[in-house]
Design a protein around this ligand. Structure first.
Ligand SMILES: NC(=O)c1ccc[n+]([C@@H]2O[C@H](COP(=O)([O-])OP(=O)(O)OC[C@H]3O[C@@H](n4cnc5c(N)ncnc54)[C@H](O)[C@@H]3O)[C@@H](O)[C@H]2O)c1
Length: 246
């Protein structure tokens, strides 16, 4: 039986746990060779028993040289990269903007926005040469709404939504689509940086009255990353249980 992503190769950033691991498992089930990236070597090693990626690379997405080297190694090993899932991300502290530490601001922007730029910058020439590609950026409902006490994260995710639109426009006639997902709060280790009040506040804003699940995000990502999603680019798919108003 052939599956939707048979024979394709996907890089998934932040694949060692949480949403990234869920996405990696899901696209692997659809027939994809998974190239798993994470900056956490120990977590990447321990996830391999259950993920069995084609290639696991310790990569910090804030290091452009490391990103470029890893893409070259992945292309050498597997011939082509069809899919890039920009998932790696951090939350940062939950504090009002006027108390937000500048070093935390820079860290969150570096991972959540500049990291996405670096990975896109490095993979797009390769996809353009193949005249095919699917880039899926995991943004957040915070990038649309601007969560209080979460300004760096919200600003970075709004930046990812805008970057998605710009790059999609640049690549519209190239066979490459660039889309984003805007999930609502999901129970993963990302919540460790949030206060219980902040988490409960975010959950209360979801009309469906529950957290998003990793599987729901993985299922939507797998479709957006597939050849079936062929006439949508520059779009941010909602996955917020009814919270999004646009
Ligand atoms: N959990 C949520 O509520 C939620 C909601 C909306 C969007 N998101 C987004 O989903 C994505 C995944 O989040 P998660 O909840 O699975 O978080 P998580 O903390 O469980 O996992 C994040 C993974 O990214 C890796 N990572 C972090 N910085 C990295 C870097 N510089 N280079 C490479 N890898 C790095 C971590 O080691 C970890 O394995 C993030 O972009 C996050 O912003 C999460």
């Amino acid at each position: 039986m052939t599956t939707r992503l048979d024979g394709q190769t996907a890089i998934v950033t932040g694949a060692a746990r949480g949403i990234g691991l869920g996405i990696a498992r899901r696209v692997a089930r659809d027939g994809c060779r998974v190239v798993a990236w994470d900056r956490d070597a120990a977590a990447l090693a321990s996830c391999q028993a259950d993920l069995d990626p084609a290639l696991a690379q310790v990569v910090d997405v804030t290091d452009l040289d490391a990103v470029e080297r890893a893409i070259a190694a992945a292309v050498k090993a597997h011939g082509r990269i069809d899919i890039l899932i920009n998932n790696a991300g951090v939350n940062g502290p939950t504090l009002p903007t006027w108390e937000y530490p500048p070093e935390a601001w820079h860290r969150v922007l570096a991972v959540d926005l500049t990291g996405v730029f670096y990975c896109c910058r490095a993979v797009v020439p390769h996809m353009r040469a193949n005249r095919y590609g699917r880039i899926v950026n995991i943004a957040s409902i915070a990038g649309k709404d601007g969560n209080p006490n979460n300004s760096a994260y919200s600003a970075a995710k709004a930046g990812v939504i805008a970057l998605t639109k710009s790059l999609a426009n640049e690549l519209a006639d190239s066979g490459i689509t660039v889309n984003a997902l805007a999930p609502a709060i999901t129970e993963t280790d990302l919540l460790k940086e949030m206060t219980p009040e902040f988490i409960e506040g975010r959950r209360r804003r979801i009309p469906m009255g529950r957290f998003c699940t990793v599987e729901e995000i993985a299922n939507m990502t797998a479709w957006v990353a597939s050849p079936e999603c062929s006439f949508t680019t520059g779009f941010t798919f909602d996955i917020s249980g009814g919270r999004a108003t646009y």
